[in-house]
Design a protein around this ligand. Sequence first.
Ligand code: ZN
Length: 177
Amino acid sequence: MDGNTIRPSRELGFVLSMLSQMGLMVIFALSYNMLMGQAGLLSFGHAVFFGLGGYATIHFLNYAAKENGAHFKGKCFVFDDRLAVAVDPNEREPISRCEISGVPCDTYLNCANMECNKLFLCAKDAAMVMEGCCSDACKNATAKRPFDPENIYLPYRKWYNYFSAKLKMSREPEAAQ
Ligand SMILES: [Zn+2]
């Protein structure tokens, strides 16, 4: 699988990016409240620093995209199903390594033990050996997602998507009534 395929799902981007923008604005408003509201200091620089950060970031990203990532190593981590997005459209040597086998790799995987669910870098061979788990302890855990060797890097979904309704109820006794 290449990491850049956009899969249609409601987890994709929109809610996350809106929530993170709301979070940014909350921090911005709280810090201004601390200055102006609590301390009575009129700050003209406040919005300038906030704006400069955004301005510099977007120009840097535009530049990286225009240059096809020529001065950019590795991938950008994003908070939707794609997880890692290449700046350079041509595949480049990964700069990160698999956490299990140590080979160069830039593919993320959620640990198949749903009580762990750790997001870690994992190469295909290591995922096969570990059945999608991050450690031996997780490999022997009970709440494991079924491992599908054909679709190792399918995005993680909530645990009840992987089990029958009966098992779901046995794990959630209050929901069974
Ligand atoms: Zn784990």
